[in-house]
Design a protein around this ligand. Structure first.
Ligand SMILES: [Cu+2]
Length: 116
């Protein structure tokens, strides 16, 4: 499963070189969701700096919930769902899948690390 994600990332960067550059300058972070992981599962941010999470599912519908930011959305297969946040305080904040997606669902989480 991990291997499939890696292949997809490689293809994405091969066809989207200029897109990727644009994404970096506008502070977008892509997060792939699939049973039962977010990739990457640790995302860094800076206090006061807006960032956009670009969420895509590789298999089925998942959820994305980050209670500290009052955020929840569905993550749909082969579609980009964008969530823009501006962290106001430093710390580590958990996000997780809130749509039951199978036996490993409870483990499907990640961390947003906000630095001052
Ligand atoms: Cu799930």
């Amino acid at each position: 499963m991990k291997r499939r994600v890696f292949a997809a990332l490689l293809i994405g960067s091969a066809v989207g070189g200029s897109l990727r550059l644009a994404a970096e300058t506008s502070n977008e972070v892509k997060i792939l969701a699939m049973k039962f992981d977010f990739t990457p599962d640790t995302v860094k941010a800076k206090v006061g700096q807006p960032m956009t999470l670009v969420l895509t599912s590789m298999d089925r519908i998942h959820g994305f919930k980050m209670p500290d930011f009052g955020i929840r959305t569905d993550i749909l297969p082969d579609q980009e769902t964008r969530v823009t946040i501006t962290p106001q305080k430093a710390g580590s904040f958990t996000f997780f899948c809130d749509i039951f997606c199978g036996d490993g669902h409870e483990e499907m989480n990640g961390t947003l690390v906000v630095e001052a």
